[in-house]
Design a protein around this ligand. Structure first.
Ligand code: ATR
Length: 284
């Protein structure tokens, strides 16, 4: 059960102005004719715990949590789902009627659904995953759940890939093979699927600058970056005739469980929602 008479939830981060969460949840609230709101709240790091207590007291149903508060949210929650526990980070806090706060992480389910709707199962596939932060961690769990056989985990700082592989390997069935970006030439020809889970290529960040000519012709390329929607990586992949998946799928799907937790209805990821977010990104 959820607390509060009003159907109000929040998204907390610092900064928060560019978050697409209010638009995304607002679209579903309109479509489902629910009289509710998801309010963006810019909260500095030092105020996080105090503000969460205040929102809970004010009858909010919970909050989506973004940078830099995901670890603090995990620490503050009274109990967490398996995904948040595995990540050590929560991107959703649900305020329960008994006063307890539940921490959840919906990144893994978001990526799982975004991949599943385009590619189905990954049974037996070899994946090349770039990055070693929270997004890469969620991606390993998603790939494992979809049946991947082998994940080459390459990161700019190879030691971070080694550490992440060491911490995740006991929890997954797929074989995780860590390395640095310099291993690209060696690994790329054998990969069925390339995923960028780094922040390279995001607006204001330099692109990865990898040579996609090394990838096999049947490979698929997914970028979790969604601003810009067509990253340099995806442009290059399209130019090579490879199948591509942009970052909006993951963004939309990871919002489904949070909307359901706040507003008690499971919303649908539709072409209309995608078009709405694409329009917003064009002006971002
Ligand atoms: P998140 O939790 O969103 O994954 P993060 O923990 O800050 O964010 O991780 C960002 C990832 O993007 C890291 O893997 C980082 O590589 P390093 O660990 O070597 O720093 C990667 N990254 C960021 N900018 C990059 C760039 N220009 N080229 C390659 N990798 C980059």
């Amino acid at each position: 059960m959820l607390t509060g008479a009003g159907k109000v939830a929040g998204v907390v981060g610092w900064p928060i102005a560019h978050s697409l969460s209010p638009l995304l949840h607002g679209y579903w609230l309109d479509a489902l004719k629910i009289d509710g709101a998801l309010v963006p709240l810019a909260i500095p790091r030092e105020d996080f715990a105090r503000v969460i207590g205040g929102l809970q007291g004010a009858g909010f149903r919970g909050v989506n949590v973004t940078v830099p508060h995901k670890e603090a949210a995990f620490a503050l929650a009274h109990f967490c789902d398996a995904a948040a526990t595995a990540a050590g980070a929560a991107n959703l806090l649900v305020f329960h009627a008994d006063g307890r706060i539940e921490g959840r992480n919906t990144d893994t389910v978001g990526l799982t659904e975004a991949v599943r709707e385009r590619m189905g199962s990954l049974q037996g596939r070899t994946i090349m995953l770039l990055g070693a932060g929270g997004a890469a961690r969620a991606a390993v769990l998603a790939l494992d759940g979809l049946g991947a056989a082998k994940v080459h985990l390459l990161n700019r700082q190879a030691d971070k890939a080694v550490m992440l592989a060491r911490s995740l390997q006991p929890a997954v069935r797929c074989e995780i093979m860590p390395g640095g970006l310099e291993d690209w030439d060696k690994v790329a020809p054998g990969a069925d699927f390339l995923i960028n889970a780094t922040s390279a290529g995001m607006k204001g960040n330099p692109p990865l600058g990898l040579d996609l000519a090394q990838l096999a012709g049947g490979a698929t390329v997914l970028d979790i970056v969604y601003n810009p929607l067509e990253t340099e990586l995806l442009k290059q992949a399209k130019a090579r005739g490879l199948a591509t998946i942009d970052g909006l799928g993951m963004l939309m799907h990871q919002a489904v469980p949070s909307f359901e937790a706040f507003f008690a209805v499971k919303p649908e990821v539709t072409a209309g929602l995608r078009a709405c977010l694409e329009r917003a990104l064009q002006h971002a």
